[in-house]
Design a binder for this molecule. Sequence first.
Ligand code: ZN
Ligand code: ZN
Length: 411
Amino acid sequence: MSASIDPIKLDRLAEVAIKIGLQLQPGQDLLLTAPSAALPLVRRIAEHAYKAGAGLVTPILSDEAVTLARYRFAPDDSFDRAAGWLYQGMSQAFAANTARLAIVGDNPMLLSGEDPAKVARASKANSVAYQPALEKIVNFEINWNIIAYPTLSWAKLVFPNDEDDVAVAKLADAIFAASRVDTDDAVDSWRKHNAVLRSRTEWLNGQRFSALHYSGPGTDLTVGLADGHEWEGGASTARNGITCNANIPTEEVFTTPHARRVTGHVVSTKPLSYQGSLIDNIEVRFDEGRIVAAKASRGEEVLNKVLDIDEGARRLGEVALVPHSSPISKSGLLFFNTLFDENAACHIALGQCYSKCFVDGDKLTPEQIAAQGGNKSFIHIDWMIGSDQTDIDGIHADGRRVPVFRKGEWA
Ligand code: ZN
Ligand code: ZN
């Protein structure tokens, strides 16, 4: 492990992941995925998991050099393949109540120098193969959690002008601060943070808006909300009955937009790092919920490939509110990672919706979710549309408007 990563805070991050992120239950198994560079955190997590009574902890590691070897040396038809057998196994594990923890930390630009057509093919093959496992995650059938580890390759992207050790130390500090493990009682500070987020979702759920209207530079967008939508944020309860914090960090409250009732145009306010490519200055126009025009100043080809993955990729699956004063926004950093960057600004997501963002969502069939406006897709990609100039009104069914955000903050 890099000497510049504080071992006490790293251990606290592992403890928060097990106790808050997962609320791992005695006897529950844990499936863990991580970059090989994050092994020091994997080991801390295994220890906290077993102390909490985990039945079996199974780590699966990825490695940047192994990934690149495929792009350099694999035969062409490799790029239409994916480890479907592995994802089938994951799906089986989730069906048997195994919890899921993902550590992110790979260099977000790892594939930026590779052939975009191969990247897109590999990504599509992976998305399709991953569907049986992803379905159980998006339907929140088990407790799951994502946290981050400050790898050197990621740190050098966020802090390109610093020496290796300094860059890692800075990224580690930024991750620890955003993940609220820079205080002595991190578990308690998470309980307080969850209470604040709950007060926001309770207010929004009481309002029952039929739509949100966004305005700001380059943006005039009306997002219809799904029938029977429910706002979520902070801790929530999976279908297996366990209350967990899926994302660490998290600053957002979010719900399901209506896949057929989005109109107007919107621009991105931060670059989107998508599977090794950077997509910047996105501008899209919606008609009856569908993106009918899209451009970007950088990565437009990747954006258009994403939109063509399936019909649902052109429609929204999530709308999320994050104040501009959020700690991650105040850090002023671009992490090139959605887990962090989405918590710096209001965002929307293309693709799959979350069934838990419906009233009684765990009892709805996929057909009912679709009828109520929930979107279906192989992808779920968040991108940032909020800034300190974002105004948002909630619109009631009778047309009455209520200020929700003014200049990027809760009204
Ligand atoms: Zn979100
Ligand atoms: Zn999302």
